[in-house]
Design a protein. Structure first.
Length: 169
C-alpha cells in the first residue's frame, strides 16, 4: 500500500506539469480523427488532451491502423464529465481502488469508460474505439484481439509514463 500512495502523490505532482497540445500536435490529431471525434476530443481539459494525444502518438509509432490510433486518442474522452480537478481525481481514484461506494461526480469518474463509449458510438467512431473506451478498465471483450488490446494498453501506459502521471485509476 505505501507504494500505491507514493504512486498517487507522483500522479498528483506529475499532473500539475501536464502541457496542453501545441498547434502541430492538434493538427496531427485533426488529420486522424473525424470531425465529430475531434470536436469531442477538444472538449477535454488539457490534462486529458495530453493523455489522449500521447497514447495516439504511441499507437501511430507502433504502426497501428487509423481506427486503433483513434481508439487510443479517445478512450478517456468522458472523464471530463466528472469535472474533477487533480485533487478530486486522486481522491476518487483512492475510493475506487479501495472498493468504496462512490456517487455523484466520483461515480461519473469511475464510469468514464462506458459513458465515453456511448459518446463515441454517437459520433460514429469505429468499433474498436467504442469497445476500448467501454472496456479499458474492465477487461478485454471478445471482439478485440489480444494483439490490439495489448497495443492499446501499452499506449495508455506509455502516455501515463510520459506525463509522470496516471490520470487513469
Ligand atoms: Fe487512459
Ligand atoms: Fe480510463
Amino acid at each position: 500500500m505505501p507504494g500505491s500512495w507514493l504512486h498517487l502523490s507522483g500522479r498528483f505532482f506529475g499532473s500539475l506539469a501536464a502541457r496542453d497540445l501545441d498547434r502541430s500536435e492538434i493538427e496531427l490529431l485533426d488529420g486522424v480523427l473525424s470531425k465529430a471525434e475531434f470536436d469531442l476530443f477538444m472538449l477535454q481539459p488539457p490534462l486529458d488532451r495530453r493523455h489522449g494525444f500521447e497514447a495516439a502518438r504511441y499507437a501511430m509509432s507502433a504502426g497501428a491502423p487509423d481506427a486503433v490510433v483513434r481508439a487510443a486518442a479517445l478512450h478517456d474522452v468522458a472523464k471530463r464529465h466528472a469535472q474533477l480537478g487533480i485533487p478530486g481525481r486522486v481522491v476518487a481514484s483512492v475510493c475506487i481502488k479501495l472498493g468504496l461506494g462512490v456517487s455523484g461526480r466520483f461515480r461519473t469518474y469511475r464510469d468514464h469508460g462506458p459513458i465515453g463509449a456511448l459518446e463515441l458510438a454517437e459520433a460514429g467512431s469505429p468499433a474498436i474505439a467504442v469497445d476500448y473506451a467501454r472496456s479499458h478498465h474492465a477487461g478485454r471483450p471478445a471482439a478485440v484481439s489480444v494483439e490490439i488490446w495489448e497495443l492499446l494498453n501499452a499506449a495508455d501506459a506509455a502516455s501515463e509514463r510520459s506525463q509522470s502521471v496516471r490520470p487513469d485509476r
